[in-house]
Structures are given as structure tokens and as C-alpha cells.
Design a protein around this ligand. Structure first.
Ligand code: BES
Ligand code: MN
Ligand code: MN
Length: 466
């Protein structure tokens, strides 16, 4: 239920209530566009999604809406400056989505949204179309009811899922245009619908691809097997050695700059209502695992990790072919925490991986995109405003939580524009983002649309007091 804290917000809430069907239909339309940024085959669709966002922002009443060309996919920009004396909120989100594969695991086609059991199911439903579009509709609601209380700028990109390569240069080139007091992002998850939370930290990322070469050609595994190194066997041994029996990463220098979290903060973090049994049941696993001495919540937030994302080589077609392959490959990611640096960790990895290669193989390490970790302060006026907004709409104070995922742009907002980011996400871990059957709760979609205007209201009020 909506609990208006003034007549102004009451009008906004009423507008939202009246237009729910329309708001949902528009999201369905957006989700039908397969804006997969990692696959060039979808180029036209990615651009179509950008046009869609631009048009909806324009219709909602934004000025200077444009699809800004970059070296890669365009960035949608739009603004509404009502009074230069008022604070300015820069809304960031992304209209690109992850590839939908493996297609056969979807219960309905990924780009034909289905509404079922209170969920909207489609690729991008939660990450990030559904969450980004809440801002467009919240803005419309504030415009139509004359309740917009801050200036607002929108910056919606199309390369988030591929590492936001064009974003750094775009920020550098458009410092004045993007000048604001805070960045507001909905692209993260809450603890649960009953326990709202605000994300106060994100992990960084180092991502590498490794290639191990044995003999110069594929060999008969009977004639040569036992004498010539099998690069897949070697790669597996090398990867296995990257962690010890306590779940610690063995790369020299890896933990050098890891910020130690105080016992008080860890204690507070572990008081969060996290249900390990439900977590295991959801994943159908009998047990969790990880670095010794840390809880599941800690392992997925304040501690760095190393994971193989894909591994291939040799014969994988049906039947059995006896082959000793020439090459083996893996894609490996490392999630980073403050104060690790993506470039430094990539370098540590490369050095170490080359150093542990036995003389019977050659290895090549190729770095991919990365990103820096980020933490957001919980004592800023913007954080208080977000906290109050969620308090109003959920009737419960949100818990500050560190998130395990990465949004590399958050560190760039700080380093290039000097701006702090509020991560007010309305998703859940169960949304299956990046997985088959991605979904977003209808409850969450409207809760977001309801909460965003409250953030604007509180942020304007707090800024006036300051
Ligand atoms: N929205 C996610 C990040 C996220 C999800 C943060 C849930 C916290 C909770 C974002 O779209 C994403 O997927 N980021 C990538 C990194 C990017 C460089 C490809 C990630 O975290 O893997
Ligand atoms: Mn996202
Ligand atoms: Mn994503």
C-alpha cells in the first residue's frame, strides 16, 4: 500500500496507480527488443532500444533528449532542469542485455515476455530494463502531477554488459552536461521484498582468457598419450593450483591491498536476515563452500574470488574420439574488493600463470575488460534520502548491504565526475539475471516506481536543510 507523506506525493501515487497497466505494457514492449550488446547480430535491435528509451523520455516531458553516438553503442541522454538552485539527480541505467542462451532452458522465449505468478519473465526483465524503466515512469508521474522536486538528467547506456568501454570517454567529454549532485542507479538486488536493502558496495572485476598449447597439432591419444603433455590436463592442474585447501587464492600479491573489514562491520553485516537453508534449497545444493573463516554473505561481498567462467578444448561432439588436443582454453574472472586494482590484479595473474606453466606447454594470457570496486558512504544526504524513501514505501528501514556484482561505471562516476552513487535496486537474487528464465517481480517494478519520487522529494528537502 502507498502511504503518502504529503498531498504532493499523494497525487504522484494516484497517477501511478491509475497508469499501472500502461506502465507494464510499455515494459513488455521494451523487453521484446533483443538488445544483446555482446553479439553484433543484434546491432539494429540495440539501437532500436536506445530510440525507444529516448522517445519515452521525450513523451514523459524530458528536454534535450538525444541518442548520443559513441565509439560503440549510443548513450541516451535527456534532462529536465526546473531550477538551477535545486539539486540535480543523474539517473544511470542500461538498455542492453546479456545473451539469452542456452535457449533450450527457457520455459518461454526470452524476448516474448510472459507474466506469470506475479513475475514478468524475459531477458533483461530485472537487468536492467525493468529497473531502468521504473525511472522513466517515475519521472513521467512526477511531471504529470507537477511534483518533480529536483533537476534530473538521464544517462542510459547500451554497453554495460560488455564492459562500458565508451562510458569513460563520454564522461570525460561531457563533464558540464553531466554535472549533478548524485548518481541514482537501480541495477542491484535487495535482500528480500520483506527486508529492503540498499547496496553500499560493489566488487571490481579482472577478466582474462588463457590459452595453453601442447603439441603443434591434435594427436592420436594412443600413439602419443603418456609421453606428450595434454594441454587440457595441464590447464586443469594449473587452475586447481590457483586455490589452496582453505579456499584462498594462491596468486602472489593477490591479497596485498585487500581492505580489512572491521569486526564490528562484519558483525553488523552478518545480522542481516539471510536464510542459508533457503539459499541452498533455491540452488538445490547440499552445501556451500568458500574461503575458510568467512560466512556466505561475506564471501559474496567483502572477499575477492576467482572463478572459471568457461573452459574448452579437444573433442566435445557426440561419441568418443580419441584425441590428445593441441590446445586448451579458459575464461577466468576475479571479483575484486577495495582497494584492489583491476590492472594490478590482472598483471599479478598473468605473471603467476606464466610462471607456473610447466616446460612442456606454452601459455598465453589475454586480459579482457575489467572494473574497479566501489563503496558508497552511508552518511551522505543522498543515502539518507534513499533510506527515507524506502522507509516510506516499504514501511521498513533498508539495510545497507554490500553487493557481489560489478558495475564498473560507479567507480568512474567518482573518479571522473567526483560523484557518489546511490544503488537503490529493487531486484532479488532470485531474478535469474544472466540466466535462463530471467524475471522481475511486478511488485518490485511498481514498488520502484513508487519509491523513486519519494527519493526525489526527500533529497530536495535534505539538500535545502543542508
Ligand atoms: N546489474 C549487474 C550487476 C549487479 C547485479 C550488481 C546484481 C549487484 C547485484 C550488471 O549488469 C552486471 O551484470 N555486471 C557485470 C559486469 C560487467 C563488466 C559485465 C557483472 O557483475 O558480471
Ligand atoms: Mn545490470
Ligand atoms: Mn548484467
Amino acid at each position: 500500500m502507498i502511504t503518502p507523506s504529503s498531498t504532493q506525493t499523494h497525487a504522484t501515487a494516484e497517477y501511478i496507480e491509475k497508469n499501472k497497466d500502461q506502465f507494464l505494457n510499455e515494459l513488455v514492449e521494451l523487453l521484446k527488443i533483443p538488445s544483446v550488446s555482446t553479439d553484433a547480430a543484434y546491432k539494429k535491435d540495440v539501437i532500436r532500444a536506445a530510440e525507444f528509451i529516448k522517445e519515452r523520455l521525450q513523451e514523459a516531458g524530458a528536454d534535450n533528449a538525444e541518442v548520443c553516438e559513441t565509439g560503440g553503442y549510443p548513450i541516451v541522454y535527456a534532462e529536465k532542469i526546473i531550477d538551477p538552485a535545486l539539486p540535480t539527480v543523474l539517473v544511470y541505467g542500461h538498455y542492453d542485455v546479456q545473451p539469452a542462451d542456452p535457449l533450450e532452458l527457457w520455459h518461454s522465449p526470452p524476448f516474448e515476455p510472459v507474466i506469470k505468478d506475479g513475475l514478468i519473465i524475459a531477458r533483461g526483465a530485472a537487468d536492467d530494463k525493468g529497473q531502468m524503466y521504473m525511472h522513466v515512469k517515475a519521472f513521467e508521474a512526477m511531471m504529470r502531477t507537477n511534483t518533480l522536486s529536483c533537476n534530473v538528467k538521464f544517462m542510459i547506456e547500451g554497453e554495460e554488459e560488455t564492459g562500458s568501454d565508451s562510458l569513460g570517454p563520454f564522461l570525460e567529454k561531457n563533464r558540464d552536461k553531466l554535472a549533478a549532485d548524485v548518481v541514482l542507479v537501480s541495477d542491484t538486488a535487495m535482500l528480500s521484498n520483506e527486508d529492503p536493502s540498499l547496496t553500499v558496495g560493489l566488487r571490481g572485476l579482472s577478466y582474462v582468457e588463457v590459452e595453453v598449447t601442447g603439441p603443434n597439432r591434435d594427436l592420436h591419444s594412443g600413439i602419443y598419450g603418456g609421453a606428450v603433455a595434454n594441454p587440457i590436463n595441464v590447464l586443469c592442474e594449473m587452475i586447481a593450483s590457483l586455490k589452496d585447501d582453505k579456499g584462498r587464492i594462491t596468486i602472489p600479491g593477490f591479497y596485498d591491498n585487500v581492505a580489512v573489514v572491521s569486526p564490528e562491520e562484519r558483525e553488523a553485516m552478518n545480522k542481516a536476515p539471510f536464510d542459508l537453508e533457503a539459499y541452498k534449497a533455491d540452488l538445490e545444493i547440499d552445501d556451500v563452500q568458500g574461503e575458510e573463516g568467512y560466512t556466505t554473505l561475506e564471501r559474496t561481498s567483502i572477499r575477492p574470488t576467482l572463478d572459471v567462467n568457461g573452459i574448452w578444448g579437444g573433442y566435445t561432439q557426440p561419441g568418443a574420439k580419441t584425441v590428445l588436443p593441441s590446445k586448451a582454453y579458459a575464461k577466468i574472472s576475479m571479483r575484486l574488493v577495495p582497494n584492489q586494482s583491476s590492472d594490478e590484479i590482472t598483471e599479478c595473474f598473468q605473471k603467476h600463470f606464466e610462471s607456473i606453466a610447466p616446460s612442456h606447454v606454452k601459455v598465453k594470457v589475454t586480459p579482457h575488460h575489467g572494473g574497479e570496486p566501489a563503496v558508497t558512504p552511508i552518511d551522505s544526504p543522498a543515502f539518507q534520502a534513499a533510506s527515507m524513501a524506502m522507509m516510506d514505501s516499504f514501511g521498513k528501514e533498508p539495510i545497507p548491504m554490500r553487493g557481489g556484482g560489478s558495475i564498473p561505471i560507479v567507480a568512474l562516476f567518482e573518479s571522473i565526475l567526483g560523484l557518489k552513487t546511490i544503488l537503490m535496486g529493487f531486484g532479488l537474487d532470485s531474478n535469474k539475471i544472466h540466466s535462463p528464465n530471467e524475471n522481475y517481480g511486478i511488485f518490485n517494478y511498481f514498488k520502484g516506481i513508487e519509491t523513486i519520487p519519494l527519493f526525489f522529494k526527500h533529497f530536495a528537502e535534505i539538500s535545502k536543510e543542508a
